[in-house]
Ligand binder design. Sequence first.
Ligand code: HGY
Ligand code: MN
Ligand code: MN
Length: 413
Amino acid sequence: MTADTSVTVDGDRFRDRFDAFNEIGATEAGGVNRPALSDANKQARDRLVEWFREAGLDVRVDAMGNIFGRREGRDPDAATVLFGSHVDSQYNGGRYDGVVGVLGALEVVEALNDAGVETDRPIEIVAWSNEEGVRFQPDMLGSGVYAAEFDLEYAYGREDDEGRTFGEELERIGYRGDAPCEPGDLHCYFELHVEQGPFLEREGVPVAAVEGVYGFAWLNVTFEGQANHAGPTPMTMRRDAFVGAADVTKAVRELTATEGTDLVGTVGSVDVWPNAINVIPERVEFTVDLRSYDNATVAAAVERVRNEVAWAAEREGLDHEVEEIMRIDADPFDEGCIETVVEAAEDAGCEYTRLVSGAGHDANYLNTVTPTSMIFVPSVDGVSHRESEFTEWDDVVAGTEVLLRAVRKRAEG
Ligand code: HGY
Ligand code: MN
Ligand code: MN
Protein backbone atom coordinates (compact mmCIF):
# COMPACT_ATOMS: atom_id res chain seq x y z
CA MET A 1 0.00 0.00 0.00
CA THR A 2 1.57 3.34 -0.96
CA ALA A 3 1.96 6.16 1.52
CA ASP A 4 -1.40 7.92 1.69
CA THR A 5 -0.76 11.17 3.53
CA SER A 6 -4.39 12.29 3.25
CA VAL A 7 -5.22 10.19 6.30
CA THR A 8 -3.44 11.53 9.33
CA VAL A 9 -3.95 11.82 13.07
CA ASP A 10 -5.13 15.05 14.68
CA GLY A 11 -2.50 15.64 17.36
CA ASP A 12 -4.45 18.46 19.04
CA ARG A 13 -7.66 16.46 19.33
CA PHE A 14 -5.64 13.53 20.68
CA ARG A 15 -3.83 15.73 23.26
CA ASP A 16 -7.09 17.35 24.45
CA ARG A 17 -8.56 13.89 24.95
CA PHE A 18 -5.37 12.63 26.64
CA ASP A 19 -5.36 15.58 29.08
CA ALA A 20 -9.08 15.23 29.85
CA PHE A 21 -8.69 11.49 30.42
CA ASN A 22 -5.75 11.98 32.80
CA GLU A 23 -7.78 14.28 35.01
CA ILE A 24 -9.38 11.05 36.19
CA GLY A 25 -7.40 9.86 39.23
CA ALA A 26 -4.93 12.73 38.84
CA THR A 27 -2.43 13.06 41.72
CA GLU A 28 -0.98 16.25 43.25
CA ALA A 29 2.44 15.45 41.79
CA GLY A 30 1.10 15.33 38.23
CA GLY A 31 0.70 11.58 37.85
CA VAL A 32 -2.31 9.28 38.09
CA ASN A 33 -3.67 6.81 40.61
CA ARG A 34 -6.10 4.52 38.75
CA PRO A 35 -5.31 0.97 39.97
CA ALA A 36 -7.31 -1.85 38.38
CA LEU A 37 -11.02 -1.95 39.31
CA SER A 38 -10.76 1.09 41.60
CA ASP A 39 -13.40 3.83 41.43
CA ALA A 40 -10.99 5.92 39.35
CA ASN A 41 -10.48 2.97 37.00
CA LYS A 42 -14.27 2.66 36.65
CA GLN A 43 -14.52 6.36 35.79
CA ALA A 44 -11.77 5.89 33.19
CA ARG A 45 -13.57 2.87 31.73
CA ASP A 46 -16.87 4.74 31.55
CA ARG A 47 -15.14 7.59 29.70
CA LEU A 48 -13.60 5.15 27.22
CA VAL A 49 -16.94 3.46 26.51
CA GLU A 50 -18.51 6.89 25.91
CA TRP A 51 -15.72 7.92 23.51
CA PHE A 52 -15.69 4.54 21.74
CA ARG A 53 -19.43 4.85 21.11
CA GLU A 54 -19.09 8.48 19.93
CA ALA A 55 -16.53 7.24 17.40
CA GLY A 56 -19.16 4.87 16.03
CA LEU A 57 -17.59 1.73 17.47
CA ASP A 58 -19.60 -1.28 18.51
CA VAL A 59 -18.58 -1.71 22.18
CA ARG A 60 -18.39 -5.03 24.00
CA VAL A 61 -17.05 -5.92 27.45
CA ASP A 62 -15.86 -9.46 28.11
CA ALA A 63 -15.88 -11.59 31.28
CA MET A 64 -12.55 -10.09 32.43
CA GLY A 65 -13.71 -6.52 31.85
CA ASN A 66 -11.57 -6.13 28.71
CA ILE A 67 -13.26 -3.36 26.68
CA PHE A 68 -13.38 -3.74 22.86
CA GLY A 69 -14.58 -1.25 20.22
CA ARG A 70 -15.26 -2.79 16.81
CA ARG A 71 -15.38 -1.05 13.40
CA GLU A 72 -16.65 -3.29 10.61
CA GLY A 73 -14.84 -3.55 7.28
CA ARG A 74 -16.03 -4.34 3.78
CA ASP A 75 -15.48 -8.07 4.35
CA PRO A 76 -17.38 -9.23 7.47
CA ASP A 77 -15.72 -12.65 7.25
CA ALA A 78 -12.17 -11.29 7.27
CA ALA A 79 -10.01 -11.76 10.35
CA THR A 80 -9.82 -8.73 12.66
CA VAL A 81 -6.90 -6.34 13.12
CA LEU A 82 -6.75 -5.74 16.89
CA PHE A 83 -4.79 -2.91 18.55
CA GLY A 84 -4.80 -1.23 21.96
CA SER A 85 -3.21 -1.33 25.43
CA HIS A 86 -4.39 -0.66 29.03
CA VAL A 87 -5.65 2.21 31.22
CA ASP A 88 -5.13 0.80 34.73
CA SER A 89 -2.14 2.46 36.40
CA GLN A 90 0.41 2.06 39.15
CA TYR A 91 -0.66 3.61 42.49
CA ASN A 92 1.60 6.58 41.79
CA GLY A 93 1.86 6.08 38.08
CA GLY A 94 2.52 8.10 34.97
CA ARG A 95 0.02 9.61 32.52
CA TYR A 96 1.46 7.82 29.45
CA ASP A 97 1.88 4.15 30.44
CA GLY A 98 -0.89 2.28 28.61
CA VAL A 99 -3.04 5.36 27.95
CA VAL A 100 -1.00 6.38 24.90
CA GLY A 101 -1.81 3.00 23.34
CA VAL A 102 -5.56 3.03 24.04
CA LEU A 103 -6.24 6.68 23.16
CA GLY A 104 -3.78 6.39 20.27
CA ALA A 105 -5.87 3.50 18.95
CA LEU A 106 -9.01 5.63 19.31
CA GLU A 107 -7.28 8.47 17.45
CA VAL A 108 -6.51 6.04 14.60
CA VAL A 109 -10.24 5.22 14.37
CA GLU A 110 -11.11 8.93 14.39
CA ALA A 111 -8.58 9.60 11.61
CA LEU A 112 -10.11 6.82 9.49
CA ASN A 113 -13.59 8.21 10.21
CA ASP A 114 -12.51 11.77 9.29
CA ALA A 115 -11.14 10.54 5.97
CA GLY A 116 -14.10 8.23 5.30
CA VAL A 117 -11.74 5.31 4.91
CA GLU A 118 -13.40 1.90 4.89
CA THR A 119 -11.01 -0.96 5.59
CA ASP A 120 -11.40 -4.44 4.09
CA ARG A 121 -10.94 -6.16 7.42
CA PRO A 122 -12.82 -5.29 10.61
CA ILE A 123 -10.63 -3.48 13.13
CA GLU A 124 -10.99 -3.53 16.90
CA ILE A 125 -9.41 -1.39 19.60
CA VAL A 126 -9.05 -2.73 23.13
CA ALA A 127 -8.35 -1.67 26.73
CA TRP A 128 -7.09 -4.72 28.67
CA SER A 129 -7.90 -5.21 32.36
CA ASN A 130 -5.23 -5.29 35.10
CA GLU A 131 -2.11 -4.96 32.98
CA GLU A 132 -0.08 -3.46 35.84
CA GLY A 133 -0.60 -6.26 38.35
CA VAL A 134 -0.01 -3.96 41.33
CA ARG A 135 -3.39 -4.30 43.05
CA PHE A 136 -4.08 -7.84 41.80
CA GLN A 137 -1.14 -10.06 40.88
CA PRO A 138 -0.15 -11.28 38.39
CA ASP A 139 0.02 -8.54 35.79
CA MET A 140 -1.47 -8.76 32.28
CA LEU A 141 -4.34 -10.72 33.84
CA GLY A 142 -7.03 -9.56 31.36
CA SER A 143 -4.97 -10.44 28.28
CA GLY A 144 -3.66 -13.55 30.07
CA VAL A 145 -7.17 -15.01 30.45
CA TYR A 146 -7.97 -13.94 26.86
CA ALA A 147 -4.92 -15.93 25.68
CA ALA A 148 -5.89 -18.90 27.95
CA GLU A 149 -2.76 -18.49 30.11
CA PHE A 150 -5.02 -18.28 33.18
CA ASP A 151 -8.57 -19.52 33.67
CA LEU A 152 -11.40 -17.25 34.72
CA GLU A 153 -11.82 -18.88 38.14
CA TYR A 154 -8.15 -18.27 39.01
CA ALA A 155 -8.39 -14.65 37.88
CA TYR A 156 -11.63 -13.95 39.73
CA GLY A 157 -10.09 -15.35 42.91
CA ARG A 158 -7.02 -13.06 42.93
CA GLU A 159 -7.08 -10.87 46.03
CA ASP A 160 -5.82 -7.37 46.78
CA ASP A 161 -4.18 -6.41 50.10
CA GLU A 162 -7.59 -5.85 51.68
CA GLY A 163 -8.77 -9.34 50.70
CA ARG A 164 -11.17 -8.11 48.00
CA THR A 165 -11.27 -10.42 44.98
CA PHE A 166 -10.89 -9.46 41.34
CA GLY A 167 -14.30 -11.01 40.54
CA GLU A 168 -16.10 -9.06 43.29
CA GLU A 169 -14.48 -5.78 42.31
CA LEU A 170 -15.20 -6.34 38.61
CA GLU A 171 -18.87 -6.90 39.52
CA ARG A 172 -18.88 -3.86 41.83
CA ILE A 173 -17.71 -1.48 39.08
CA GLY A 174 -20.13 -3.00 36.57
CA TYR A 175 -17.53 -4.40 34.13
CA ARG A 176 -18.03 -8.12 34.46
CA GLY A 177 -19.15 -8.36 30.86
CA ASP A 178 -21.10 -11.08 29.08
CA ALA A 179 -18.79 -11.50 26.10
CA PRO A 180 -16.50 -14.55 26.31
CA CYS A 181 -12.90 -13.68 27.20
CA GLU A 182 -11.26 -15.39 24.23
CA PRO A 183 -9.88 -14.45 20.80
CA GLY A 184 -12.23 -14.24 17.85
CA ASP A 185 -10.79 -14.60 14.34
CA LEU A 186 -7.70 -12.40 14.68
CA HIS A 187 -5.41 -11.28 11.86
CA CYS A 188 -2.78 -9.58 14.04
CA TYR A 189 -2.24 -7.33 17.09
CA PHE A 190 -0.35 -4.03 17.43
CA GLU A 191 0.35 -2.08 20.63
CA LEU A 192 1.63 1.49 20.86
CA HIS A 193 3.40 2.14 24.18
CA VAL A 194 5.99 4.39 25.80
CA GLU A 195 9.41 2.67 25.97
CA GLN A 196 9.78 3.09 29.74
CA GLY A 197 13.56 2.97 29.34
CA PRO A 198 16.39 5.29 28.18
CA PHE A 199 17.27 3.75 24.79
CA LEU A 200 15.20 5.79 22.30
CA GLU A 201 16.03 9.10 23.99
CA ARG A 202 19.73 8.17 24.03
CA GLU A 203 19.54 7.30 20.30
CA GLY A 204 17.55 10.48 19.55
CA VAL A 205 14.98 8.43 17.62
CA PRO A 206 11.20 8.97 17.99
CA VAL A 207 9.95 5.47 17.20
CA ALA A 208 10.98 1.83 17.65
CA ALA A 209 9.65 -1.34 16.08
CA VAL A 210 9.66 -3.71 19.04
CA GLU A 211 11.18 -7.13 18.31
CA GLY A 212 10.09 -8.89 21.48
CA VAL A 213 9.64 -8.67 25.24
CA TYR A 214 11.77 -9.92 28.14
CA GLY A 215 10.53 -12.97 29.98
CA PHE A 216 10.10 -12.54 33.70
CA ALA A 217 9.25 -14.24 36.97
CA TRP A 218 7.57 -12.79 40.06
CA LEU A 219 8.24 -14.41 43.46
CA ASN A 220 6.61 -13.78 46.83
CA VAL A 221 8.99 -14.58 49.72
CA THR A 222 8.03 -14.87 53.41
CA PHE A 223 10.45 -15.08 56.36
CA GLU A 224 9.12 -15.91 59.84
CA GLY A 225 11.41 -15.17 62.81
CA GLN A 226 10.48 -14.06 66.29
CA ALA A 227 9.38 -10.66 67.57
CA ASN A 228 11.23 -9.59 70.69
CA HIS A 229 12.34 -6.46 72.52
CA ALA A 230 14.96 -4.50 70.53
CA GLY A 231 16.80 -3.64 73.74
CA PRO A 232 17.44 -6.55 76.13
CA THR A 233 17.44 -9.34 73.49
CA PRO A 234 21.08 -10.38 72.94
CA MET A 235 22.11 -10.39 69.24
CA THR A 236 22.91 -14.13 69.51
CA MET A 237 19.30 -14.86 70.53
CA ARG A 238 17.63 -13.04 67.65
CA ARG A 239 15.65 -14.48 64.74
CA ASP A 240 15.22 -11.29 62.77
CA ALA A 241 13.09 -11.77 59.63
CA PHE A 242 14.27 -8.49 58.16
CA VAL A 243 17.93 -9.59 58.23
CA GLY A 244 16.88 -12.48 56.00
CA ALA A 245 15.11 -10.12 53.60
CA ALA A 246 18.13 -7.81 53.53
CA ASP A 247 20.46 -10.71 52.73
CA VAL A 248 18.28 -11.83 49.80
CA THR A 249 17.95 -8.26 48.50
CA LYS A 250 21.74 -7.93 48.50
CA ALA A 251 22.05 -11.28 46.73
CA VAL A 252 19.57 -10.20 44.02
CA ARG A 253 21.67 -7.10 43.36
CA GLU A 254 24.93 -9.12 43.22
CA LEU A 255 23.30 -11.73 40.96
CA THR A 256 22.07 -9.13 38.48
CA ALA A 257 24.88 -6.63 38.53
CA THR A 258 27.25 -9.12 36.92
CA GLU A 259 28.85 -8.16 33.60
CA GLY A 260 27.56 -9.66 30.36
CA THR A 261 24.09 -10.50 31.51
CA ASP A 262 20.84 -8.70 30.63
CA LEU A 263 19.35 -10.05 33.87
CA VAL A 264 17.60 -7.45 36.04
CA GLY A 265 16.18 -8.00 39.51
CA THR A 266 14.07 -5.91 41.86
CA VAL A 267 12.78 -6.28 45.42
CA GLY A 268 9.91 -3.83 45.05
CA SER A 269 7.33 -4.51 47.72
CA VAL A 270 8.17 -5.23 51.38
CA ASP A 271 5.78 -5.82 54.26
CA VAL A 272 7.26 -5.89 57.79
CA TRP A 273 5.37 -7.06 60.89
CA PRO A 274 5.01 -5.69 63.49
CA ASN A 275 6.95 -2.81 61.87
CA ALA A 276 7.75 -1.08 65.15
CA ILE A 277 10.93 0.81 65.96
CA ASN A 278 11.72 -1.17 69.10
CA VAL A 279 10.56 -4.66 68.07
CA ILE A 280 12.66 -7.24 66.24
CA PRO A 281 10.77 -7.97 62.95
CA GLU A 282 8.94 -11.27 63.26
CA ARG A 283 7.56 -11.59 59.74
CA VAL A 284 8.68 -10.05 56.46
CA GLU A 285 6.93 -10.66 53.14
CA PHE A 286 8.58 -9.29 50.00
CA THR A 287 8.52 -9.66 46.22
CA VAL A 288 11.29 -10.42 43.73
CA ASP A 289 10.95 -9.48 40.03
CA LEU A 290 13.55 -11.16 37.73
CA ARG A 291 13.75 -10.47 33.97
CA SER A 292 15.85 -11.39 30.94
CA TYR A 293 15.40 -11.89 27.21
CA ASP A 294 16.73 -15.42 27.78
CA ASN A 295 14.38 -17.88 29.52
CA ALA A 296 17.19 -20.05 30.88
CA THR A 297 18.73 -16.98 32.53
CA VAL A 298 15.43 -16.24 34.31
CA ALA A 299 15.10 -19.91 35.34
CA ALA A 300 18.64 -19.98 36.75
CA ALA A 301 18.04 -16.72 38.62
CA VAL A 302 14.82 -18.06 40.19
CA GLU A 303 16.74 -21.17 41.32
CA ARG A 304 19.53 -19.06 42.80
CA VAL A 305 17.10 -16.79 44.67
CA ARG A 306 15.35 -19.85 46.10
CA ASN A 307 18.75 -21.03 47.38
CA GLU A 308 19.63 -17.59 48.76
CA VAL A 309 16.32 -17.61 50.69
CA ALA A 310 17.10 -21.03 52.17
CA TRP A 311 20.67 -20.00 53.10
CA ALA A 312 19.51 -16.74 54.71
CA ALA A 313 16.84 -18.64 56.66
CA GLU A 314 19.45 -21.13 57.86
CA ARG A 315 21.83 -18.39 59.03
CA GLU A 316 19.16 -16.51 60.97
CA GLY A 317 17.04 -19.46 62.13
CA LEU A 318 13.97 -18.40 60.16
CA ASP A 319 11.07 -20.29 58.60
CA HIS A 320 10.69 -19.41 54.95
CA GLU A 321 8.35 -19.81 52.01
CA VAL A 322 8.77 -18.91 48.32
CA GLU A 323 5.69 -18.65 46.11
CA GLU A 324 6.14 -18.17 42.35
CA ILE A 325 3.33 -15.75 41.44
CA MET A 326 3.96 -15.81 37.72
CA ARG A 327 6.43 -16.75 34.99
CA ILE A 328 6.18 -15.55 31.40
CA ASP A 329 8.55 -16.56 28.63
CA ALA A 330 10.56 -14.08 26.62
CA ASP A 331 9.14 -14.12 23.15
CA PRO A 332 10.25 -12.65 19.87
CA PHE A 333 7.37 -10.91 18.08
CA ASP A 334 6.20 -11.88 14.59
CA GLU A 335 8.73 -10.87 11.93
CA GLY A 336 5.92 -9.95 9.52
CA CYS A 337 4.34 -7.58 12.04
CA ILE A 338 7.70 -6.06 12.92
CA GLU A 339 8.26 -5.49 9.19
CA THR A 340 4.82 -3.85 8.92
CA VAL A 341 5.79 -1.42 11.69
CA VAL A 342 9.11 -0.69 9.94
CA GLU A 343 7.35 -0.02 6.60
CA ALA A 344 4.76 2.13 8.39
CA ALA A 345 7.54 4.21 9.96
CA GLU A 346 9.20 4.61 6.56
CA ASP A 347 5.87 5.63 4.98
CA ALA A 348 5.39 8.16 7.76
CA GLY A 349 8.86 9.51 7.04
CA CYS A 350 9.72 8.76 10.63
CA GLU A 351 13.19 7.85 11.86
CA TYR A 352 13.04 4.52 13.69
CA THR A 353 15.07 1.79 15.29
CA ARG A 354 14.37 -1.72 16.60
CA LEU A 355 14.59 -2.84 20.20
CA VAL A 356 13.47 -5.41 22.76
CA SER A 357 11.23 -4.43 25.67
CA GLY A 358 12.32 -4.91 29.30
CA ALA A 359 8.78 -4.09 30.42
CA GLY A 360 6.00 -6.65 30.18
CA HIS A 361 2.97 -5.81 28.03
CA ASP A 362 -0.35 -7.35 27.04
CA ALA A 363 1.38 -7.97 23.71
CA ASN A 364 3.35 -10.75 25.48
CA TYR A 365 0.17 -12.83 25.69
CA LEU A 366 -1.36 -11.62 22.41
CA ASN A 367 1.80 -12.89 20.76
CA THR A 368 0.81 -16.43 21.78
CA VAL A 369 -2.51 -16.24 19.89
CA THR A 370 -1.86 -13.98 16.89
CA PRO A 371 1.06 -12.34 15.02
CA THR A 372 2.03 -9.34 17.16
CA SER A 373 4.38 -6.40 17.35
CA MET A 374 4.63 -3.11 19.23
CA ILE A 375 5.56 0.48 18.53
CA PHE A 376 7.54 2.40 21.16
CA VAL A 377 7.94 6.13 21.64
CA PRO A 378 10.61 7.64 23.93
CA SER A 379 10.32 8.13 27.68
CA VAL A 380 12.07 11.33 28.77
CA ASP A 381 15.01 10.42 31.07
CA GLY A 382 13.90 6.80 30.60
CA VAL A 383 11.46 7.29 33.47
CA SER A 384 8.23 5.32 33.97
CA HIS A 385 6.14 3.89 36.83
CA ARG A 386 6.68 7.31 38.39
CA GLU A 387 4.41 10.38 38.41
CA SER A 388 6.97 12.41 36.49
CA GLU A 389 6.75 10.02 33.52
CA PHE A 390 6.79 12.15 30.33
CA THR A 391 6.89 11.77 26.56
CA GLU A 392 7.13 14.70 24.11
CA TRP A 393 3.78 15.10 22.37
CA ASP A 394 5.40 15.20 18.91
CA ASP A 395 6.78 11.74 19.65
CA VAL A 396 3.36 10.47 20.75
CA VAL A 397 1.92 11.78 17.48
CA ALA A 398 4.77 10.23 15.47
CA GLY A 399 4.11 6.85 17.07
CA THR A 400 0.38 7.17 16.41
CA GLU A 401 1.00 8.01 12.76
CA VAL A 402 3.03 4.79 12.55
CA LEU A 403 0.24 2.85 14.27
CA LEU A 404 -2.30 4.30 11.80
CA ARG A 405 -0.22 3.18 8.83
CA ALA A 406 0.56 -0.25 10.28
CA VAL A 407 -3.13 -0.90 10.94
CA ARG A 408 -4.08 0.26 7.44
CA LYS A 409 -1.42 -1.94 5.84
CA ARG A 410 -2.94 -4.97 7.55
CA ALA A 411 -6.61 -3.99 7.34
CA GLU A 412 -6.71 -2.87 3.71
CA GLY A 413 -5.94 -5.76 1.41
O1 HGY B 1 5.65 -5.29 35.04
C1 HGY B 1 5.57 -4.83 33.91
O2 HGY B 1 6.53 -4.81 33.18
C2 HGY B 1 4.27 -4.23 33.43
O3 HGY B 1 4.23 -2.87 33.85
N1 HGY B 1 3.14 -4.95 33.95
MN1 MN C 1 2.07 -0.51 30.39
MN1 MN D 1 3.27 -0.30 33.61
